[in-house]
Design a protein around this ligand. Sequence first.
Ligand SMILES: Cc1cc2nc3c(=O)[nH]c(=O)nc-3n(C[C@H](O)[C@H](O)[C@H](O)COP(=O)(O)OP(=O)(O)OC[C@H]3O[C@@H](n4cnc5c(N)ncnc54)[C@H](O)[C@@H]3O)c2cc1C
Length: 395
Amino acid sequence: MSVAFPVTAPEGALPAALVERLGSAAARSAATGRPDETLLAELGEAGLFGVAVPAAYGGFGGDATLINHVVAQVARVNPSAAIMLFQHYAVSARVEEWGDAAQRARLLPALAKGDLLAASGWSEPGAGAAKKRLNTTAVRLPDGRWRLDGTKSFTTGAGVAGLYLILARTAEDPGAAGAAGAAGAAGAAGSTNDERDSGYGASGQTFFLVPADDEGLRPDQSLDLIGMRGSATGFVSLHGCVVGDEDRLGPLGEATRIIAGVRRTGATLGAVSLGIASALLDLAVEQVNRRPGPPDQVTRFRLVDLATRIEAAHAVIDRSGRRDAADPGLATLHSKLFATETAEQVGVEVARLLGSAGYTVANRVNGLMADARAVAHMGPTNDLCRELVSSTWLG
Ligand SMILES: Cc1cc2nc3c(=O)[nH]c(=O)nc-3n(C[C@H](O)[C@H](O)[C@H](O)COP(=O)(O)OP(=O)(O)OC[C@H]3O[C@@H](n4cnc5c(N)ncnc54)[C@H](O)[C@@H]3O)c2cc1C
């Protein structure tokens, strides 16, 4: 199946056939806990992978408003596919922003066409939400290449992605220099990151673009999640994973600069939550419409209150996408916080409204509530958003 993707303006809608496929794939993944790889191919054929890639490289050249709009629409029917797309868009945008001419020419056309699905491996056991304590190391080899070792956890798209953006600790960095001295790679492996760094990430960290077919990279989809069950969120281990210096993205030891820039782009995971909240409201409206007779006033007013909150979430996400706030980075953090909390609260209200009918494993409300919870955990976690916002006021 090939469906042309007509969304060239924010108000554009996804093709009905694609919406149907996203919905049927979501239902199947909810039962199996597995991603639908055929769906991913269809999303690629429909052109959805190219939203964040500039037209010069075969993409749509979409801005944050379009990215948020597409992600919210996909999330309304399939939140797992939405987070995979969100990560893909994020990596595509980082390559566009920080890649050199050769990296952009090599990767962006494939990312746009859907030949390459991109994933992000930043999290790892013990690293903390702010990724200050990475155990994954990248060690420079005498021939100039890099050897990566470590294990990433909760990587969305593990095993289905063709390219992984891996955050690793490097030896040749300003943060590790004091602790590791000239000991180089071995010294870096035994040192800690600079804990004095504020915000997200730490000095001495570097990004690498690792192809899935690297012999040292092994994905593992054994994580059994309560939500986002079709997102292939799993582990990625790197053992003796060797990449060239041409696979390093951005400045050595200064991944924090790249990370800080992410939120200023206006693309927000809050868009996933907006889609989930809208799906929850759809469920409630369907249920109320199935009841005999017109709904009572209390029920109608409850539905209106939910819709009003969702409208407000929509508004903050649009503001984040427009990047016209005094501080666009803060607006993006606020939008994630507000939209994720809205989706979680709407879930509780809708579950109550559905009554016992909603209290079955098969009822979609439970999967959507688990999906809503996932977005609050995704980076930057909601508490880390609060930390980042408050630190701009309080120093
Ligand atoms: C469905 C799903 C998909 C995901 N996809 C990806 C992905 O594609 N790539 C990826 O790299 N990661 C991904 N993650 C992982 C996610 O980014 C991490 O769960 C997140 O960064 C938190 O890490 P942690 O659980 O180790 O945090 P912990 O440090 O264990 O946090 C525990 C709690 O403490 C709070 N906390 C910790 N440190 C701080 C701080 N400095 N300031 C304020 N609060 C703090 C956290 O907010 C959290 O509530 C995904 C997670 C989920 C659930």
